[in-house]
Design a protein around this ligand. Structure first.
Ligand SMILES: *[C@@H]1O[C@H](CO)[C@@H](O)[C@H](O)[C@H]1NC(C)=O
Ligand SMILES: *[C@@H]1O[C@H](CO)[C@@H](O)[C@H](O)[C@H]1NC(C)=O
Ligand SMILES: *[C@@H]1O[C@H](CO)[C@@H](O)[C@H](O)[C@H]1NC(C)=O
Ligand SMILES: *[C@@H]1O[C@H](CO)[C@@H](O)[C@H](O)[C@H]1NC(C)=O
Ligand SMILES: *[C@@H]1O[C@H](CO)[C@@H](O)[C@H](O)[C@H]1NC(C)=O
Length: 545
């Protein structure tokens, strides 16, 4: 009896009376959250009412995160929290709770991070809140874009791998519940790159938390991404090596790829509708007798061999598959893999701090040794950073939805990885695409680079596409609202409508394309203006090799 009374008292304390939270006054209740919101392992850092148009600044944001401010696009209650995840780790998170939540569907949303980063995607946070969602952004358990915070801190790696996303979800929902005194009707996740990996992790490990999950350009097989980033630089070497190519030479290589592959799809527009059909022959670029780059813009045999290796799949010493070739038909690859003249910094730091836990580690001089390290990387993922489990049975059984997209000119992480994961799921669950379509749709987006930008009709209101000054595209057409219609109205997207964007004006210009879902391919009908979606259809293309 006594126990029951205590429990009852606790329940009364946990549910605030209207007067304790400041009457029905949204502003006052919000300001008081710093005293009233109680949750296990959670400290409120700040709470306050923010009006639409306010410049929300984060002066303490790690400098590597880039822009440390964002303009609020809705009147809302902003809540900052510090959540302890272990004795040596914590997550800093924000909950943005719009004033019009009750009249806009009472939805909850979570945004993702990028790379190994502990930087919230502020533009996604602001955009989602502008649509009325109570939205969370968090630092993924560490600050900044480097792997340095992983050194000697396994609990921080665990947060990065999956725990920060789960904890921020649960605390975010608790705060939303508490503040509005009502549960969200539906919950949505969306993110790109590292945020795509987080989305796949949710789909694989805790699908019950989200009704709709959007994973963009998912860096899901993260250890393979790291391995690829290390491998490619060994093929080109440092600038002094005979296998080295300058940026100008790489641009010529890209032009050659386009010369050989651009019109396979019937339209010369620098966009490959099916990069899987593109297998360029680089010997066309060889210098003849007495010819040089300076005189003839041609390449040496050593350079052609290096280019060939970059555009071939990567296998290890044991013949094990590491990664697909770099994606043909884009010029984004140069920045990340090829012109540093050294293994990618992301890869080196990740191995140094997260895998070897040794700040003195440097990449070995020989490729053979490096291949052994890469091999090890695939066997050594104790916190399961890689989100590559093909078995989505729990997601299927939950009735929740997963929408994946991947730019086919993503220069950081090839969309072939994402197709592979889809096919692994098809085999693992013995499901045809028509059956997978019920809960898992993959849209390869042609002419989209990594998350945003590109030569094609790449804008569809995905993660990281906001905050680029793009206007004239209805937010109601944005990806998260398409997911809402799938989850809430049962209207699944057959295609993703993408817009080409004028980089100067930020307005749609040129191509509009209804991107098809895998395994269908955007196919030009052969006549009519190729900029118009009416002259394209979705058809089965080549099988994945
Ligand atoms: C709500 O509270 C704020 C801050 O205390 C006050 O400025 C505002 O006038 C109140 N609004 C109403 C409708 O009472
Ligand atoms: C927002 O504030 C920051 C920091 O003071 C400033 O650098 C930035 O220019 C401001 N943004 C706008 C649009 O005013
Ligand atoms: C968050 O809490 C941890 C203790 O769990 C503390 O070490 C850290 O300084 C706090 N961070 C902030 C920004 O308050
Ligand atoms: C499906 O994937 C799970 C998890 O990786 C694995 O345990 C299982 O053996 C796979 N099943 C099939 C039929 O491949
Ligand atoms: C949003 O778009 C859907 C169809 O895509 C339409 O049915 C709905 O009326 C639109 N809502 C608004 C507010 O424009």
């Amino acid at each position: 009896m006594k126990f029951d009374t205590l429990a009852l008292t606790a329940a009364i304390i946990a549910i605030p009376s209207v007067s304790a939270t400041g009457g029905n006054n949204f502003t006052r209740r919000c300001g008081r959250l710093i005293q009233t919101f109680k949750n296990a392992n959670t400290k409120v850092l700040w709470s306050g009412y923010v009006t639409k148009g306010t410049n929300v600044t984060y002066p303490d944001l790690h400098p590597t995160c880039g822009q440390n401010w964002v303009i609020a696009q809705a009147n809302m209650c902003r809540l900052s929290l510090n959540v302890t995840t272990s004795s040596t780790s914590n997550v800093i998170m924000e909950v943005w709770m719009p004033e019009n939540w009750e009249t806009t569907g009472q939805r909850f949303a979570m945004t993702g991070n990028g790379g190994v980063s502990g930087c919230a995607t502020l533009s996604d946070l602001a955009f989602t809140a502008s649509l009325g969602f109570a939205t969370v952004g968090h630092n993924n358990g560490h600050d900044g874009t480097s792997s340095l915070p992983f050194l000697n801190r396994p609990e921080v790696i665990k947060d990065f791998a999956w725990r920060a996303t789960l904890v921020a979800t649960q605390v975010g929902k608790a705060a939303t519940n508490f503040f509005y005194q009502a549960s969200p009707t539906k919950s949505y996740y969306w993110g790109c790159s590292g945020g795509g990996r987080q989305g796949m992790k949710i789909a694989q490990d805790f699908p019950q938390e989200y009704d709709g999950i959007i994973a963009g350009d998912p860096a899901a097989d993260f250890h393979r991404l790291v391995a690829a980033g290390l491998y490619f630089s060994y093929q080109t070497g440092p600038p002094s090596a005979p296998t080295w190519l300058s940026l100008e030479q790489w641009q010529a290589v890209n032009a050659e790829v386009l010369a050989q592959c651009d019109t396979i799809d019937g339209v010369a527009d620098t966009v490959l509708e099916d990069p899987l059909k593109c297998h360029p022959r680089f010997e066309t670029m060889l210098c003849g007798q007495l010819e040089t780059w300076a005189t003839h813009q041609c390449l040496t045999p050593a350079q052609v061999s290096a280019v060939d290796k970059i555009y071939s799949p990567v296998y290890g010493n044991k013949g094990r598959f590491f990664a697909p070739r770099v994606q043909p038909g884009n010029d984004q690859i140069f920045g990340f893999y090829l012109v540093y003249g050294a293994p990618s910094e992301l890869g080196v730091e990740y191995i140094r701090y997260a895998i070897k836990n040794d700040p003195t580690w440097t990449p070995p001089p020989s490729l053979d040794e490096m291949l052994d390290i890469m091999d090890n990387l695939l066997d050594n993922d104790p916190y399961k950073v890689s989100a590559n489990n093909p078995n989505l049975t729990p997601l299927k059984n939950s009735g929740h939805k997963l929408l994946v997209y991947h730019g086919t000119s993503d220069g950081y992480y090839s969309h072939e990885n994402t197709i592979k994961l889809y096919e692994n799921t098809a085999r693992n669950m013995t499901l045809k695409s028509k059956q997978l379509d019920d809960f898992y749709r993959l849209f390869p987006v042609t002419g989209l680079n990594h998350c945003n930008g590109g030569n094609g009709a790449w804008y569809f209101g995905g993660s990281g596409q906001h905050g680029l000054g793009i206007s004239g595209v209805d937010p109601n057409e944005s990806l998260i609202m398409k997911m809402v219609r799938w989850v809430e109205n049962g209207v699944a997207p057959d295609t993703l409508r993408g817009y080409q964007i004028n980089p100067v004006t930020g307005k749609p210009v040129g191509a509009v394309r209804d991107h098809c879902r895998h395994p269908l391919k955007n196919t030009y009908k052969g006549t009519g203006d190729p900029l118009s979606p009416a002259n394209w259809e979705c058809k089965l293309g080549t099988k994945y090799p």
